[in-house]
Design a protein around this ligand. Sequence first.
Ligand SMILES: C[S@@+](CC[C@H](N)C(=O)[O-])C[C@H]1O[C@@H](n2cnc3c(N)ncnc32)[C@H](O)[C@@H]1O
Length: 261
Amino acid sequence: MQRWTNGEAYDPYMGRWSHAVAAQFLPWLAVPKHATWVDVGSGTGVVIRALLDAQEPTRVMGIDRSAAYLAFAQHHITDPRVAWVVGEAEHLPVADASWDVVVAGLLVNFVPHPDQAVREWRRVVRSQGTVAAYVWDYVDGMPLNQVFWAAVAQLQPDPQVEEERHQFDQWQPSVLTHLWQEAGLVDIQTTSIHLPMVFADFADFWTPFLGGQGTAPEYYQALPETMRIHLRETLHAALPLRADGSLHLAARAWAIQGRVA
Ligand SMILES: C[S@@+](CC[C@H](N)C(=O)[O-])C[C@H]1O[C@@H](n2cnc3c(N)ncnc32)[C@H](O)[C@@H]1O
């Protein structure tokens, strides 16, 4: 997958919002301070930044398949407690039962074999440790995508666009719970994390789409120039901008945690 190539462009598009979700997600886990953490799909390091800020971890490993994102993260986060590893979510290069916590922010829906991945995360966590993740509620809690795909559909109704638009809708708490159960985790809990998404103006909303770091920006990049102009105009007209030009949207993520017996 080409998508995860430019950390500089990811943070304004998605990283800023994921960091805000992580800041609510981590306290919900109620993991004692001074634990050891693996962040799978660590990307540009937004979850690890939140971890270092609030959890006083003794050791952290960030694992991601994108060498470009890891290089970006490593450049910006130089804390000696953090190790960065290029790797796959389904095959972590660590020993059985060797970490206190595995977390994964905005990853599970992108992994080709999520069942295998969650089993792998359980494998590396010690008894009584935690495996946890969060994903956007793509049905009713990811307004960036929702407004984008609605505008695309208005311009060019197309079954392929409909497929793109709904490809992650299944990622609801019942599906996550089933995955965690199948992996053998216990004491499973889910919650919703609500997030105001406030943009200073249309440019603050739109410019991050131009960086190509996500399903919608990637789709946009592949469009012919005339379609791009129409799409931008359609979106601009559809957004509920306030009189001062600002845009106030609301996002929701689903979070899950389970314990290793
Ligand atoms: C939406 S980003 C999330 C990044 C970060 N966790 C956050 O919350 O901002 C998804 C990340 O997962 C990584 N990724 C996708 N599939 C992966 C896989 N199978 N194994 C490891 N990393 C993967 C991508 O490279 C990307 O950095």
